[in-house]
Every structure is written in structure tokens, then in C-alpha cells.
Design a protein around this ligand. Structure first.
Ligand SMILES: N[C@@H](CCC(=O)N[C@@H](CS)C(=O)NCC(=O)O)C(=O)O
Length: 339
């Protein structure tokens, strides 16, 4: 069990690859959880009622604490759900490399490359318009025409996975007996690419039919897939569907548990006088979905940025956590609205 008995809640939609990644982590770590279904594009009233303007999916809530970005979610789950309590560790080897490669190679480089393989004719006009705003670099109106560039990039990235696998004595990337987080991160993106059917000449399964040097990569896909499938039926990682009203009630009736982080006075931005505890700030992703989240700064460390976020109605609030890198935090000019 976790250190607290709070439900682990996710706001997500079934087709979201980043939700699939988290779901695979929850399966391997045997964590029971609830999901509040949201639409595959805004508006998302279930998040609006919490005061969340950050637009990316999934969002994780545990008690009164919200976590943004899957990399931070996994780190928090690893902290709260430990092997001593029946939850296998996914980050027990080469932790720094696993986290940075997942967040800044798999999530930020390979994931958008795979997005460029989406079959244009199967996408609605509304979706193309929305995702163009979400990521202006995505060239959503030219997906089919630009596909060779995406396929070529995919091949080059798979080559690095092949190189890494050639040094492993097990089917997994880091020589472990079962998949680590880094396996889950890359696997989820590769399997998403496979499901789009636009990379069939590259992602060849069964692995015995794949040409070298990709055969080893396809064997790795099969090994990770088999492990997840074998674990998927375990009632310990069951997904319960939760109504958004009930989820909001659970969030607002809990006290935040991570407030003790505080604002690090030695942080260079604090020392420079740019930021101080209690400032009204905005936090914005530096890559895609650059919609700011506003709140009062309550935590700043090498690992996280934490904001107290006010719900639009009543005097309810929650604490939202972002990773310290990959997000920019700025003092809001409208200082008169200090909460
Ligand atoms: N680095 C972020 C990326 C999240 C992300 O790109 N999520 C996609 C869904 S898989 C998204 O939010 N797309 C736009 C949307 O759904 O509004 C994370 O790890 O959480």
C-alpha cells in the first residue's frame, strides 16, 4: 500500500499514449487506481472545476496533491509504492539515466516523431485544428506528405535501442530480469507507432520476420508486451472509473501531504530576486501545450515546482506539482491578484 490511503486518481482518455504508459507502470507496480475519463481535446470541465488550466493529459491526483507530467507521476509512485509493500520497483537501477532518457528522449523526441506518423485521413478537422494549436511544429495538415522524414527518424532512434540491447544480457534495455521504467517508456511509444499502421515496413512482428538490426528491438517489444500482458489481469492494478464530482470531492476534502518542500532560498532564481514563496506565478511547459498554470508558489527545489491552485468557485484549493526541468516558472505580472 501507499504511505497514505488516498486513492490514486488519473484524468485521462482511453486513446492517450501517455496514459497507456502510466497504465503500464501501474500494472507492473500493482497499484490500484481510479480514472476520470476526459475528452481527447479541451474543454475538460472535470479539470476546469479544480482550477487546472494546464492542458496536457494525464493528470494524477493523490489526496490534495496533483502531479503534472508523466515523469513526475512515475517518480512519485515509485516513492509511495515500494517493494516492501508488494509494489515492484521500476527505477532501482540506473535511476538518473532512466528518468532523463524517458523524459527527454522518449517523451520529448520519440513521442512527437511517432505523432508525425498519425494517418491524416483518419483524423477529424477539429482534431487537426486542436493539435496544431497544441504543437505548432507538428505540421498536422501535412502529415501524409511529410511521413518519410518521420519514418527515417524513427529508424535512427530504433538503432540506438538496438545498440543498447546488444549490450544487455537479458531481453530488457538495462540487463534487468523484468522491464524497468525505461523499457515501459520506449515500449509504449513504439507500440503506439505500430498501432498506427503507417510504419509497417519498419516495425515488423513477429520478431523472427524482422530484418537485422531491428530484430533485437522487436524481440524486446515482444518481451515487454508479454510481461505486461501476464500482469494485466492482476486485480491489484484494477482501474476503477470515477465520476468527476466524486473525484473533486476527494481532492478538496484531503490535506496536501507534500507541502513541506518549501521554496529553496539557494535556488539561483530565488537568489536573483525573481521568485519568492507566496508569489503569484505561472508555470508553462517549454515544449508542447504551452498553456500556463497559475497559482501561488509554495515549493521550489531541484526536482519540483509546487503551486497552490485555487478552484474557480468557493474557497477550495489544491497543490499542483511540476517537474523542475522542462517547465518555465515566472512571476505573474498581475501581482495585485496575489492569493
Ligand atoms: N511530457 C508530457 C506529455 C503529455 C502529452 O503530450 N500528452 C498528450 C496526450 S498523450 C496530450 O496532452 N495531448 C494534448 C491533449 O490531450 O490535450 C507528459 O509526460 O505528461
Amino acid at each position: 500500500m501507499s504511505a497514505s490511503s488516498d486513492k490514486v486518481i488519473f484524468y485521462a482518455y482511453a486513446r492517450s499514449p501517455m496514459w497507456h504508459k502510466i497504465r503500464n507502470v501501474l500494472i507492473l507496480k500493482r497499484i490500484p487506481h481510479a480514472m476520470v475519463p476526459v475528452a481527447d481535446m479541451p474543454p475538460r470541465p472535470a479539470l476546469q472545476r479544480l482550477g487546472v488550466t494546464y492542458r496536457r493529459i494525464p493528470v494524477m491526483a493523490i489526496g490534495n496533491d496533483l502531479f503534472f507530467d508523466t515523469s513526475l507521476m512515475v517518480s512519485e509512485l515509485e516513492k509511495r509504492f515500494t517493494p516492501e509493500n508488494g509494489h515492484p520497483a521500476l527505477l532501482d537501477v540506473h535511476r538518473g539515466i532512466q528518468e532523463i532518457a524517458s523524459a527527454f528522449w522518449s517523451d520529448r523526441i520519440l513521442f512527437p516523431i511517432t505523432g508525425s506518423l498519425l494517418p491524416q485521413k483518419k483524423l477529424s478537422e477539429a482534431f487537426i485544428k486542436d493539435r496544431t494549436q497544441y504543437n505548432p511544429n507538428a505540421r498536422m495538415d501535412k502529415l501524409d506528405a511529410l511521413r518519410p522524414a518521420g519514418l527515417s527518424a524513427l529508424q535512427s532512434h530504433l538503432k540506438f535501442l538496438a545498440k543498447q540491447l546488444s549490450t544487455s544480457s537479458t531481453p530488457f534495455l538495462l540487463g534487468t530480469q523484468s522491464p524497468s521504467y525505461i523499457d515501459v517508456s520506449f515500449f509504449t511509444v513504439v507500440i503506439w507507432a505500430k498501432s498506427l499502421r503507417t510504419a509497417d515496413d519498419i516495425l515488423i512482428l513477429p520478431s523472427s520476420k524482422a530484418p537485422p538490426p531491428y530484430r533485437r528491438v522487436m524481440e524486446w517489444v515482444e518481451a515487454v508486451d508479454a510481461t505486461i500482458k501476464a500482469e494485466a489481469g492482476n486485480p491489484a492494478s484494477k482501474t476503477e472509473t470515477l465520476d468527476d464530482g466524486k473525484a473533486a470531492e476527494l481532492i478538496f476534502s484531503s490535506a496536501p501531504t507534500s507541502l513541506n518542500v518549501g521554496v529553496d532560498k539557494l535556488n539561483p532564481m530565488v537568489k536573483a530576486g525573481w521568485l519568492a514563496e507566496g508569489d503569484l506565478v505561472s508555470v508553462t511547459p517549454t515544449d508542447t501545450g504551452r498553456i500556463p498554470q497559475y497559482g501561488t508558489l509554495v515549493g521550489l527545489s531541484d526536482d519540483i515546482i509546487a503551486l497552490r491552485v485555487q478552484a474557480p468557485s468557493g474557497d477550495k484549493s489544491l497543490v499542483g506539482h511540476f517537474p523542475a526541468i522542462g517547465y518555465s516558472v515566472k512571476k505573474n505580472k498581475l501581482e495585485s491578484t496575489r492569493l
